[in-house]
Design a protein around this ligand. Structure first.
Ligand code: NAD
Length: 245
């Protein structure tokens, strides 16, 4: 489904991102993954190599625009174009407001919002040069319902939806589609980090009767990145088993 396409995926070293990298490789895209550290990028590359896949990997500071731009230029030099950008790196929070510091709040906004701005800003001129592209963002079901604690996380994902909807309109004339996937509760390290008493009732309340797998989200990204979604832009696609918490 993605033959001849070059895809850049942030947070590609584990969880939803790594599964999306794998799914895109299975569908014949060239994939570049970004992670937060040299070691995690190396581990992801090695495990994909064992499965027969070769990928390039980088670990720029996503909040440093110049650093991001330098790597984008390097990728363009090697591959000629970037067709798909997936802004997937993200962190969550679950502390009550009284326990959340300004620094905690800023850390979430820096990665979940400002880093997306940096990546899109760096990549868009090349997509315009190439007469089109696809930008996909990882939102969350908390961008629709909020959550009972950890206000920085839903705040950041509401912003992701705002970026998605606004840029879909700004960039449509350039044949650049911008969509987001809003996962429900997905079996990754992010969910494993939550306390058992918080996660158990959430899973029991999912109407489809199971926790989501990273593959469920990777498949949604695959569809939205492919030409099958060529008339879809500005959408926030919920992939959550009808979870409503
Ligand atoms: P994860 O913790 O398994 O993976 C997070 C990824 O983000 C990793 O690849 C990590 O390298 C990267 N990352 C973390 N901090 C970074 C930093 N400072 N700089 C660069 N990269 C950094 O989590 P996941 O569940 O796979 O989450 C991926 C995305 O899905 C996130 O945006 C998250 O908000 C979203 N999401 C997850 C769930 C869920 O239930 N797991 C639900 C809704 C949305």
């Amino acid at each position: 489904m993605l033959k001849g396409k070059v895809a850049l995926i942030t947070g590609g070293t584990r969880g939803i991102g790594l599964e999306t990298v794998r799914t895109f490789l299975e569908n014949h895209a060239d994939v570049i993954l970004f992670g937060s550290k040299s070691e995690s990028v190396q581990i992801a590359k090695e495990s994909l190599k064992k499965e027969g896949f070769l990928v390039d990997g980088y670990f720029p500071n996503l909040n440093n625009y110049e650093e991001v731009l330098d790597i984008i230029k390097e990728i363009i030099k090697k591959y000629g174009h970037i067709d798909i950008l997936i802004n997937n790196a993200g962190i969550s929070a679950n502390k009550k407001i009284e326990d959340t510091t300004y620094e905690d709040f800023s850390k979430i906004i820096d990665l979940n919002v400002k880093a997306i701005f940096n990546l899109i800003k760096a990549v868009v001129p090349y997509m315009k040069d190439n007469q089109g592209g696809v930008i996909l963002n990882t939102s969350s079901m908390v961008s629709i319902y909020g959550q009972p604690s950890g206000v920085g996380y839903p705040a950041s994902k509401f912003a992701v939806n705002g970026i998605t909807k606004s840029l879909s309109r700004e960039l449509a004339p350039f044949q650049i589609r911008v969509n987001a996937v809003a996962p429900g509760i997905i079996k990754t390290d992010m969910v494993a980090a939550l306390p058992e008493e918080q996660i158990k009732p959430l899973i029991q309340s999912i109407p489809l009767g199971r926790i989501g797998e990273p593959k469920d989200i990777a498949n949604a990204f695959l569809f939205l990145a492919s030409d099958m979604a060529s008339y879809i832009t500005g959408e926030i696609l919920s992939v959550d088993g009808a979870a409503r918490s």
